[in-house]
Design a binder for this molecule. Structure first.
Ligand SMILES: [Mg+2]
Ligand SMILES: [Zn+2]
Length: 163
């Protein structure tokens, strides 16, 4: 079966501005250029996959329903931009560090699940994150290329393409 290359993305600080625990649509603000980046990656054949720690749920700062409202808003906006992304392409961990789950980054659980589910070609896939835990988690799953950016930094596909 043909494998699919992926663009893995952290959410907070990469897709939307990270003010800490963004749990409501009114707090969700896209970072300049990120929709364009994901769209171009998608045109280049990368399946966008979002992998996000959401301990705000486990800590009780916002509910699962709040998170799903934010998710719908984010994905609707991406789809209107022309990006091929569905709810199944988003993986989240609702746990706190005390829960000792296997999904919370820097653990690789969410990546391993995504790789299996979408038959991902890890040798040709990229992860963009704003924390070392993002990088560690994707490396742990064997994703070949990691890009660490500053939190809320605006980046262009042209700057990271070319692997
Ligand atoms: Mg982040
Ligand atoms: Zn978890």
């Amino acid at each position: 079966m043909v494998k699919q290359k992926a663009l893995f993305l952290d959410r907070d600080g990469v897709i939307n501005r990270d003010y800490g625990y963004v749990g409501r649509v009114e707090d969700f603000e896209f970072i300049d250029g990120i929709l364009d980046l994901i769209y171009k990656a998608w045109l280049d054949g990368y399946l966008p996959i979002i992998v996000t720690n959401q301990s705000g749920i486990g800590r009780g700062y916002y509910t699962f329903e709040d998170f799903e409202s934010v998710t719908s808003f984010m994905l609707d906006t991406m789809q209107k931009f022309g990006i091929g992304i569905k709810r199944e392409q988003l993986f989240f961990c609702p746990h706190t560090p005390n829960d000792n789950c296997n999904c919370r980054k820097p653990k690789s659980g969410m990546f391993l699940e995504a790789i299996k589910e979408f038959n991902i070609d890890i040798d040709n896939s990229i992860m963009i994150g704003d924390k070392l835990t993002d990088i560690e988690a994707s490396k742990g799953a064997g994703v070949a290329h990691q890009i660490l950016i500053d939190t809320n930094q605006s980046i262009k596909w042209e700057d990271i393409d070319g692997f």
